[in-house]
Design a binder for this molecule. Structure first.
Ligand code: PXP
Length: 248
């Protein structure tokens, strides 16, 4: 089974839009767990546009599954991670002007910062995942720098059509194969919906997905529990299409 981690940032986005205490992202996280999510993902941004420091602390105390903290490779975030101790840190690139995380982390260009996080995360017993494009150099560098996992950026696949989508999908499949060959665990995420997730879970090496916007969007209409369960069902249809005898 492919693990499903729900990103609850957009519950906080809705709360912050009115400066209220509701809807509470921690309550939402608990409901996701009840609906069968294998973990909860939250991105603490430098500008705190959705999750806030106190949310991450409350999540740490409340979750019964896994807390995956998405963050930039900065000293401020590293200090928070060392204090709160998520199960996993996922390093992401961050730009203030962006609407969402637009591309993968350039592990080669940020080698020193990534190395620092890798060393300190290991000392704190926190797993490290790097959110990168399906590029051989980025994957190899992730392994060298001591990440246990990579998360492949699926945004290009999700937003492309026709031949461009097929090409993006085969790049993801090649990247997943290489990463697994190097001993990395392979996650994926960004822009995934019930309609496009099956082709991703059909890639045998993919073990985890991080999905946020589409599930929270569905939840507004059909409720959070059903939105999580419907996403899981769409993922399982892809898993059923994996070639026989494949890994995982
Ligand atoms: N994975 C990572 C590393 C992300 O930064 C995001 C977006 O915050 C997601 C997954 C989830 O993307 P989406 O909200 O499009 O499902």
């Amino acid at each position: 089974m492919v693990r499903l981690h729900i990103n609850i940032d957009h519950v906080a986005t809705l709360r912050n839009a009115r400066g209220t205490l509701y809807p509470d992202p921690i309550l939402a996280a608990g409901l996701c767990e009840l609906a069968g999510a294998d973990g909860i993902t939250a991105h603490l941004r430098e500008d705190r546009r959705h999750m806030r420091d106190g949310d991450i602390e409350r999540l740490r105390a409340a979750l019964t599954t896994v807390l995956n903290l998405e963050m930039a490779a900065t000293d401020e975030m590293l200090a928070i991670a060392e204090r709160v101790r998520p199960d996993v840190i996922t390093l992401v690139p961050e730009r203030r002007e962006e609407l969402t995380t637009e591309g993968g982390l350039d592990v080669l260009a940020t080698r020193r910062a990534v190395e620092k996080v890798a060393t300190r995360a290991a000392a704190s017993g926190i797993r490290l995942s790097l959110f990168i494009a399906a590029d051989a150099q980025q994957i190899e560098a992730s392994r060298e720098l001591g990440a246990q996992q990579i998360e492949l950026h699926t945004g290009e696949y999700a937003h492309a059509h026709g031949a461009a989508r097929a090409e993006a999908l085969s790049r993801l499949a090649r990247g997943a194969r290489l990463a697994r060959k190097l001993g990395l665990e392979v996650a994926a995420g960004h822009g995934l919906t019930r309609a496009n997730v099956g082709a991703i879970t059909a890639i045998s090496e993919i073990e985890e997905l991080n999905i946020g916007h589409a599930v929270i969007g569905d939840a507004v209409l059909v409720g959070l529990e059903r939105a999580v369960r419907d996403m899981r069902a769409a993922m399982e249809r892809g898993v059923a299409a994996r070639p026989r005898g494949a890994v995982a």
